[in-house]
Ligand binder design. Sequence first.
Ligand SMILES: NC(=O)c1ccc[n+]([C@@H]2O[C@H](COP(=O)([O-])OP(=O)(O)OC[C@H]3O[C@@H](n4cnc5c(N)ncnc54)[C@H](OP(=O)(O)O)[C@@H]3O)[C@@H](O)[C@H]2O)c1
Length: 248
Amino acid sequence: MTLLGKKILITGASSGIGEALALALAQKGASLFLVARRADRLKELAEKTSADILPIDISEAGFLSALEKKWGLHFDVLINNAGLALGRGPYATSEMSDSERMLQVNVEAAFRLTHALLPKMLELGGGDILNLCSVAGHWTYPGGAIYCATKHALWAFTKALREETCGKNLRVMQISPGMVESEFSEVRFKGDKDKAREVYQGMTPLAPSDIARMIVFMLEQPRHVCIDELITMPTDQGSPTTVSRRTT
Ligand SMILES: NC(=O)c1ccc[n+]([C@@H]2O[C@H](COP(=O)([O-])OP(=O)(O)OC[C@H]3O[C@@H](n4cnc5c(N)ncnc54)[C@H](OP(=O)(O)O)[C@@H]3O)[C@@H](O)[C@H]2O)c1
């Protein structure tokens, strides 16, 4: 399927996977609509991609009305990418506000946005919805109770939607990466760059551009091909808790 001129909405496009994907899709001639909170980062990206941008928090009550006012509700492709993990400690001693934030952004905001855009896709004869899940949607690990729960929720949502919309020319897909080096760990450790660096020490993580390349591959398949889910990890990672690290 050609992506030339396709209207593609990406949430969380100001860094990491979303940013890399915007750059890759611009190369394909897609018409990009990018959302994230950091306006400066989005503006820089808009200069490189000719994208239209909306700097906003997707968990805000006014997000959907702002989106509709600016762009309407019809897109050919929705990429639910914005998401975060906060904290890596035991649930018992975790901050409740961190849990709430992950649930708001990773789950509620993605579900609400999909609910707003899906009817138009169905009315106009189809579209693609691709969700950024994670290996944390397949496995669990200590210190990841809520993050894993949010990605399990997104996994289940994607699977159910896929069945529900079968026969409607709608491809509901997800990609589930393992370790990708982006701002993800820095956000998780609340700005502690040393802790974030340690996550990738002695191993070679995936790059955001690796995930972008795979998403482009998924989207470019002919219409009758739906890659329901792609699970990918660095060669140095076997599961969220199995990572091979070089010591020298
Ligand atoms: N990195 C990994 O190892 C990994 C592995 C599996 C899955 N994932 C998933 O991949 C997705 C992208 O993560 P990433 O690795 O690219 O991390 P990242 O570099 O931290 O990017 C996250 C993006 O989400 C945006 N965002 C966060 N909260 C938002 C909000 N409330 N409203 C609007 N935008 C918001 C951020 O932009 P602003 O701060 O400007 O709002 C940023 O653009 C996430 O869903 C993550 O869970 C990541």
